[in-house]
Design a protein around this ligand. Structure first.
Ligand SMILES: C[S@@+](CC[C@H](N)C(=O)[O-])C[C@H]1O[C@@H](n2cnc3c(N)ncnc32)[C@H](O)[C@@H]1O
Length: 261
């Protein structure tokens, strides 16, 4: 039987409330199509035939509840996305220091590995924390295996130095070499919880706050500001900025900010 994915107002409110509570992502009426598509996918995979049955399922199963949150986060990313930020750091930073970098909302790890390979190619010493709310994305990052189309923007010398090409059934994939993987630690962290791992020199929090409302963005920016060392850099996505958010950063380039020394 084809699943029935018509969603009524009460169901929409219930599901979007859960998503907002768990990830801060706002799925209002304008996002109904997206919510329905994500619910429909989970219904197909779980063999559920109505939205009310699916709501019952996530109320009774923590695993499916987590899968639902996972499915409603937008994970799109690729290697060397919005690379101007990294190029700026390479030009600006002192190579003598060991840098602590955080890719907050890392999705499947392409952002963290893009930074890592460029820092390595330019002889920086560093470590990177990559965090996300999605277990499945973190697992992909830990695996470090990517379809070849994701690395299209990686310059060939970097691709040949830091990635292995797959063979046989893996011929359409590349794998990040162990020397790069060991510099990136993947850990689950929900930006709403206000936790941090450490104090960082650089934090990337790109293409996630766009899904948050202003109070949530304010909370996240405050928290990340405190997680930065004095003089540290903070980057949001190229289509994002900190307009409407109270902060003490100075603006150093489009979507790029610096904490006072
Ligand atoms: C579009 S991806 C951005 C990936 C990468 N930063 C980039 O710019 O390409 C957004 C990521 O934010 C994650 N995310 C959403 N809400 C989150 C939250 N509350 N805490 C941590 N990560 C979250 C999603 O799981 C998703 O992987």
């Amino acid at each position: 039987m084809e699943p029935e994915t018509k969603i009524n107002v009460a169901q929409h409110q219930k599901l979007s409330k859960i998503v907002y509570k768990e990830s801060g992502i706002v799925l209002n009426e304008k996002k109904t199509t997206l919510l329905i598509a994500r619910v429909a996918k989970r219904m197909r995979l779980t063999g559920t035939t109505s939205v009310s049955d699916y709501i019952r399922l996530i109320s009774n199963s923590q695993d499916e509840y987590n899968e639902f949150i996972d499915a409603t986060t937008t994970n799109h990313t690729f290697f060397f996305r919005e690379n101007k930020h990294c190029e700026y750091l390479i030009k600006t930073l002192d190579k003598k220091r060991t840098l602590k970098i955080w890719s907050a909302a890392s999705s499947s790890g392409e952002e963290a590995f893009s930074i890592a390979v460029q820092m390595l190619a330019n002889s920086f010493s560093f470590s990177i924390y990559a965090s996300d709310v999605s277990n499945s994305m973190l697992q992909k990052g830990k695996n470090g295996i990517y379809p070849k189309e994701r690395v299209q923007k990686v310059p060939l010398p970097i691709l040949h130095t830091y990635f292995q090409s797959g063979k046989g059934k893996w011929q359409d994939y590349v794998k990040v070499k162990p020397a790069v993987q060991q510099l990136v630690t993947f850990e689950k962290l929900n930006l709403l919880e206000g936790k941090t791992f450490d104090k960082f020199d650089i934090i990337f929090c790109r293409n996630v706050m766009i899904y948050f409302d202003t109070p949530t963005r304010q909370k996240v920016v405050n928290n990340l500001y405190h997680a930065l060392k004095p003089g540290g850099y903070f980057f949001v996505g190229m289509s994002e900025n900190l307009r409407g958010i109270k902060h003490d950063f100075s603006n150093v380039l489009p979507s790029g900010y610096k904490k006072k020394d």
